[in-house]
Design a protein around this ligand. Structure first.
Ligand code: CTP
Ligand code: MG
Length: 234
């Protein structure tokens, strides 16, 4: 069945503290959003793309991709999940939605292909790219230490089965639509697509990703992403 890419690109990038939303910052002569669109559209399994854009956005219309027939646009919402739901609502039934952050231009074609293998696995509803946690993980206490400006350790979490959830995240369109709708209506914490799917009781595969697939979030992530994009072109 066919795969449609959904790109949430309606954020304002507050943590980047730039003069524009971070997806419109330029790396190697192209905006971050254009890098992301290019890698998805170049994947043979992806039919077309739906991008969620803020109604206040003044940057998107001037990009060449705005005129690409394989690029459709929907209005973004207040939260990332609202933006994704607006996009997923426009997709035909019997498709798969491959949701990928605009702010992750360093994803590899190989990892997208690995993720697509979950479509043939009946044990799971879908799957996500993820990477194993590397550092020792501490659970901090709620309150700060007395007379100090730092929290203290409650205990050390086992690192064994802890993963970072990345994107893309791939699920059947109708299942994802219903899961996002139900999760949002229930006020559940829906910070990625998988959390909505888990909330509705379905199994999600963890597909090991190259950790270069970073979400550009802070100013220091820009030179790192620049390096990874450069590596990919070699
Ligand atoms: N996003 C979206 N709609 C929103 C919020 C976020 O489509 N209402 C998108 C962002 O554009 C980004 C992705 O979701 O591609 C991941 O979100 P994040 O990294 O948090 O981006 P921002 O929300 O823009 O950044 P910040 O949280 O620092 O403001
Ligand atoms: Mg955000």
């Amino acid at each position: 069945s066919s795969v449609v890419a959904v790109i949430p690109a309606a954020g304002i990038g507050s943590r980047m503290q730039a003069d524009r939303p971070k997806q419109y910052l330029t790396l190697q002569g192209k905006t971050i959003l254009e890098h992301t669109v290019e890698i998805l559209l170049n994947h043979h399994a992806i039919d077309y793309l739906v991008i969620a854009i803020s109604p206040h956005d003044t940057y998107f219309p001037s990009l060449a991709i705005a005129n690409n027939p394989k690029v459709k646009v929907v209005e973004g919402g207040n939260e990332r999940a609202d933006s994704v739901l607006n996009a997923v609502n426009t997709l035909p039934e019997n498709t798969w939605a491959l949701v990928h952050d605009a702010a992750r231009p360093c994803v590899s074609t190989h990892d997208i292909t690995q993720l697509l293998t979950v479509m043939d696995n009946e044990q799971v509803a879908g799957g996500i790219l993820a990477s194993r946690v590397r550092d020792t993980m501490k659970r901090g206490a709620d309150s700060q230490a007395a007379n100090a400006n730092f929290p203290t350790v409650l205990h050390t979490e086992s690192r064994e089965n802890l993963w970072h959830a990345l994107t893309p995240q791939l699920f059947p369109t109708t299942l994802l639509k219903n899961a996002l709708y139900d999760g949002l209506a229930a006020g559940a914490s829906i910070t990625d697509e998988a959390s909505a799917i888990e909330y509705s009781g379905h199994k999600v595969a963890l597909i090991d990703s190259d950790p270069a697939n970073i979400k550009i979030t802070h100013p220091g992530d820009l030179p790192l992403a620049d390096f990874y994009l450069h590596q990919r072109q070699k």
